[in-house]
Design a protein around this ligand. Structure first.
Ligand SMILES: Cc1cc2nc3c(=O)[nH]c(=O)nc-3n(C[C@H](O)[C@H](O)[C@H](O)COP(=O)(O)O)c2cc1C
Length: 216
């Protein structure tokens, strides 16, 4: 552990790939997000759609995990999972949440704060129906975040649903679907030299976004 601690304490990256000024960003953060996502896709960043989703329990305990962004629109971000999972329970208790994207190859981070609600059944159905068959069976078989006695227990459950749905259309389980996150704050972070990074944030006031630079 000592060696590893010595190693990580000495890691230093000087970020030099870009700059970000208030004058450069779009007035609409959704378009700014689209621009940066596009650039990340063009840069072929692996798992570009992976984002950290942070939620908070009713006892104010925070919890984070990676989920995939599957669609975005005007300040709306869609992701999918199990409605009995820990994130689902926390979102039910407290709809405030935070998203974070980190694209190291572009030396960029985007933080987005907002609130989440369960999305329309029709949206969840359309997304579920477009998934590969293995993912559909996985959604039926996994009681996400529940304790399992063994890996075999999960594998058996997958087999059970494979057999059950053999040759049939697989419908979305009632305990699986999407959420829509609506943003009220964005922060676009561009790494700069000597830790003097650029941070431009957008705050939603009524229907207008105010844009400010904040210190690194
Ligand atoms: C790259 C990656 C992508 C993931 N995508 C999803 C996803 O889209 N939906 C999901 O529910 N879990 C996804 N997970 C698993 C979650 O990180 C997490 O383990 C799971 O959702 C259970 O979290 P919870 O117990 O906080 O609810 C992904 C994990 C990784 C590493």
């Amino acid at each position: 552990m000592d060696e590893l601690n010595k190693y990580i304490s000495k890691l230093r990256e000087d970020f030099t790939k870009g700059k970000l000024n208030k004058e450069d960003v779009h007035q609409n953060p959704a378009i700014q997000f689209e621009t940066w996502l596009n650039q990340a896709v063009e840069a072929k960043i692996p798992e570009v759609q992976a984002m950290t989703l942070s939620t908070v329990s009713k006892n104010n305990s925070p919890s984070s995990r990676i989920v995939y962004l599957r669609e975005f629109g005007e300040n709306q971000f869609y992701f999918y999972g199990n409605y009995s999972s820990r994130k689902a329970l926390q979102l039910k208790e407290n709809s405030n949440a935070c998203l974070n994207f980190f694209w190291p190859q572009l030396e960029r981070q985007i933080r987005i704060e907002g609130h989440v609600k369960i999305c329309d059944d029709a949206i969840s159905d359309a997304y579920f129906n477009a998934r590969p068959i293995e993912s559909k069976i996985g959604a039926w078989a996994s009681q996400q975040s529940e304790e399992l006695d063994s890996r075999e227990e999960l594998d058996k459950c997958v087999e059970k649903f494979k057999n059950k749905f053999e040759g049939q259309e697989i419908k979305r389980p009632p305990y699986w679907g999407g959420w829509v996150f609506t943003a009220n704050y964005y922060e676009f972070w561009q790494g700069r030299k000597s830790r003097l990074h650029d941070r431009i944030c957008y705050n939603l006031k009524n229907t207008d976004w105010s844009i400010n630079r904040i210190a690194p």
